[in-house]
Ligand binder design. Structure first.
Ligand SMILES: NC(=O)c1ccc[n+]([C@@H]2O[C@H](COP(=O)([O-])OP(=O)(O)OC[C@H]3O[C@@H](n4cnc5c(N)ncnc54)[C@H](O)[C@@H]3O)[C@@H](O)[C@H]2O)c1
Length: 252
């Protein structure tokens, strides 16, 4: 994807898991990559290799002032923001539970990070993307939004909101040549997944793969290809879409 060479991407939630993989793959594709997270991104930066430059930024996506500072630092370092991957979310660490038992504070925090966080990051980079003549925003939704994950009502609702944001923003920003798409992955092994599923992890992964057309579990690298596709010019006439990366669990 040579058209990504020399362009700049911000990846939120890049301290571990899928965000770290997206950051690495975009760097390999020749981009300058901002790895942003509330947690320390030092390990991610240490492991990243590729032709582009890297910058680590501490950010809380739920806090617009922090997000705005992130966008300013990215622009100061690289002069433009071509791609935003809205990957940060509360996922690992969520307790979940029956609908009537989910803690209200956890519900609110889930919405603040997973929904408002996406809006915050979009609104921080839209002016720069508009000024430079376009860009690509890739939002990370989840199969949970489409399938309806029991005992995770807040998480499912937050990811459904990400799909709504994707569609509304795509219509709003099309005239500025800013594309907005989403990916909806099934479960993949990350620290977050182990925390999320706990002791039910192995059983859950077997059930998930049995329900897929493709009979293996998703791997992190499977997702990176879709992110690269949506980031670059190969998808230049694609916007407002949610791509299921779920081995054929759900057909949109
Ligand atoms: N792993 C899966 O099976 C799976 C499936 C579908 C969708 N997803 C989505 O993919 C994304 C990444 O998943 P993961 O498994 O790597 O998750 P993870 O829990 O391992 O990592 C999430 C990252 O986001 C960061 N983060 C959390 N709150 C933040 C905040 N307020 N500001 C900035 N950063 C913050 C965390 O520090 C962490 O590094 C999430 O959006 C998740 O909902 C994951």
């Amino acid at each position: 994807m040579t058209n990504l060479v020399g362009r700049t991407a911000i990846v939120t939630g890049a301290a571990r898991g899928l965000g770290r993989t997206y950051a690495q793959k975009l760097l390999e594709a020749g981009m300058n990559v901002v790895a942003a997270d509330k947690a320390d991104v030092a390990e991610t930066l240490d492991r990243m290799y590729g032709p582009g430059k890297t910058l680590g930024i501490s950010v809380d996506v739920a806090d617009f002032r922090s997000v705005s500072a992130m966008a300013d630092k990215a622009l100061a370092a690289f002069g433009r923001v071509d791609v935003l991957v809205n990957n940060a979310a509360l996922y690992g660490g969520l307790k979940g539970g029956r609908a009537e038992q989910i803690e209200e504070a956890e519900w609110d925090r889930c919405m603040a990070v997973n929904v408002k966080g996406v809006w915050n990051c979009c609104r921080a980079v839209i002016p720069a993307m508009r000024k430079q003549g376009g860009g690509s925003i890739v939002n990370v939704a989840s199969l949970a939004a489409i399938y309806g994950l029991p005992y995770a009502l807040h998480y499912s609702a937050s990811k459904a909101a990400v799909i709504g944001i994707t569609r509304a923003l795509a219509r709003e920003l099309g005239r500025d040549s800013i594309r907005v798409n989403a990916i909806a992955p099934t479960a993949v092994l990350t620290e977050g997944t182990k925390e999320f599923f706990g002791a039910k992890f192995e059983k859950g992964m077997v059930a998930i793969r049995e329900n897929q057309a493709l009979k293996r579990n998703l791997e992190t690298e499977d997702l990176a290809g879709t992110v690269i596709y949506l980031a670059g010019d190969a998808s230049k006439f694609v916007t407002g879409q949610t791509i299921m990366v779920d081995g054929g669990t759900h057909f949109l």
